[in-house]
Design a protein around this ligand. Structure first.
Ligand code: CCH
Length: 309
C-alpha cells in the first residue's frame, strides 16, 4: 500500500529511501487539535502552491523545482498566507534526512503521499528537484530574488472562469478537465479566516479524498454569506444549513457551462475523477522540473530556474 514503490524501480535505493520518507509523512498526519485533526490538507495546498507558480513563458519560470517559496518575494505572497505552518510541519522530516531529500522533493512528495493516505488515487511522482540555494550555501545578499517568481501568479479565489482558464493556461494546462479535476482537491481541508479571509469547509469529510466537492456543488443551494459582526469577509457562498462553503472560483465551475458538464461527470463517477485528478496533479508537480543528470536531490549544482534571467 505504498505510493512510491509502484513508480520507482522496486529494488532501487530510491524506492527504499522514499518508502521510509513516506512512512515518516504518514506518521505525522493525524494531529488532534489541528484544524479537523489532520495536517494532510494543508500539505496538499503547499504542494500545489509551490508548483502553481509555473509560467511556460515566465522569467523566472517558477514551479516546484528550487523550493523557492522559502525566499522573498514568494514567501510573502499573500496567496501563500498560512503555508509557513505546512513548511514548519515538514521541517523535522527534512532535518532527519538532510541532504538526501530536497525541500522541493519533500513538499511535492508529501502532497502525493497525503492524497493516497486520505483515500485518493496514487499519483505518479519522481524525485530529483534541486533546491535553489540549499541550507548549506545560503544566498548571497538578495541575489536569489531574480530566480524566485513574482507574487500574483496563483489564482485569485474572488475571480471567475476566465481567470481560472488564464492562470492554468499560463501553467501549460489548456484543458478544462484538468482545471476542474484539480479543483476537486477542495474535498480536503478548510479555509482559515486568518490565512485568506475565507471561512469553512467544502465537505463534511475534510480528511477524506472523495468526489464530495462536486456532489455538494451540484446538490446544495448556495447563497452569499451575510457576514455579521465585527469582521466583514470576502464574498463566499454557504449552503442552506451554513455548514459548508464555496469560493467564487468554485462557483465559477457551476456557472460556466463547459466546466459544469465536467463537474457533473465527476459527481456521477468518482473513479473518473480519481483518474483525471491523478494525471493532472502528476503533471502539475512536474512543471518546470529540471533534473540533474544523476537525478539525485541536491546531487547537482544549484538549479538555474531560467537561464534567460
Ligand atoms: Fe485551493 N484554496 N484553490 N486548491 N486548497 C484553499 C485551500 C485549499 C484556490 C483557493 C483556495 C486548488 C485550487 C485553488 C487546496 C488544494 C487545491 C483556500 C483557503 C483558498 C482561498 C486557504 C486558507 O484559508 O487556509 C483557488 C482560487 C484555486 C483555483 O484553482 C488546487 C488545484 C488544489 C490542489 C490540487 C487544499 C487541500 C486546501 C485546504 C488547505 C487547508 O489548510 O486545509
Amino acid at each position: 500500500n505504498n505510493v512510491i514503490s509502484s513508480f520507482l524501480p522496486s529494488a532501487s535505493n530510491d524506492s527504499v529511501f522514499f518508502s521510509a520518507v513516506e512512512q515518516d509523512i504518514r506518521a505525522i498526519l493525524k494531529r488532534p487539535g489541528f484544524d479537523n485533526g489532520n495536517i494532510g490538507p494543508i500539505l496538499v495546498r503547499l504542494a500545489w502552491h509551490c508548483a502553481g507558480t509555473f509560467d511556460v513563458n515566465g522569467c523566472p519560470a517558477g514551479g516546484s523545482d528550487g523550493a523557492t517559496m522559502r525566499f522573498f518575494p514568494e514567501v510573502v505572497d499573500p496567496a501563500n498566507n498560512g503555508l509557513e505552518v505546512a513548511r514548519n510541519l515538514l521541517e523535522p522530516i527534512k532535518q532527519k534526512h538532510g541532504d538526501k531529500i530536497s525541500y522541493a522533493d519533500l513538499w511535492t512528495f508529501s502532497g502525493v503521499v497525503v492524497i493516497h493516505a486520505l483515500g485518493g488515487p496514487r499519483v505518479a511522482w519522481k524525485p530529483g528537484r534541486i533546491d535553489l540555494f540549499p541550507p548549506t550555501s545560503p544566498p548571497p545578499n538578495n541575489s536569489h530574488c531574480q530566480k524566485v517568481p513574482q507574487n500574483g501568479r496563483l489564482p485569485d479565489a474572488s475571480r471567475d472562469a476566465a481567470h481560472l482558464r488564464g492562470v492554468f493556461r499560463r501553467m501549460g494546462f489548456s484543458d478544462d478537465r484538468a482545471i476542474v479535476a484539480l479543483a476537486g482537491a477542495h474535498c480536503l481541508g478548510m479555509c482559515h479566516m486568518d490565512h485568506t479571509g475565507y471561512d469553512g469547509v467544502w465537505t463534511h469529510t475534510p480528511n477524506v479524498f472523495n468526489n464530495h466537492f462536486f456532489v455538494n456543488l451540484l446538490d446544495k443551494t448556495w447563497h452569499k454569506r451575510d457576514w455579521d459582526g465585527d469582521w466583514t469577509g470576502p464574498v463566499q457562498y454557504d449552503d442552506e444549513d451554513e455548514q459548508i462553503m464555496m469560493l467564487p472560483t468554485d462557483m465559477a465551475l457551476l456557472w460556466d457551462d463547459a466546466f459544469r458538464s465536467i463537474v457533473e461527470e465527476y459527481k456521477d463517477d468518482q473513479d473518473l475523477f480519481f483518474r483525471d485528478f491523478s494525471d493532472a496533479f502528476a503533471r502539475l508537480l512536474e512543471l518546470g522540473v529540471a533534473r540533474s543528470n544523476d537525478g539525485g536531490a541536491n546531487g547537482g549544482q544549484e538549479v538555474l530556474i531560467c537561464d534567460q534571467c
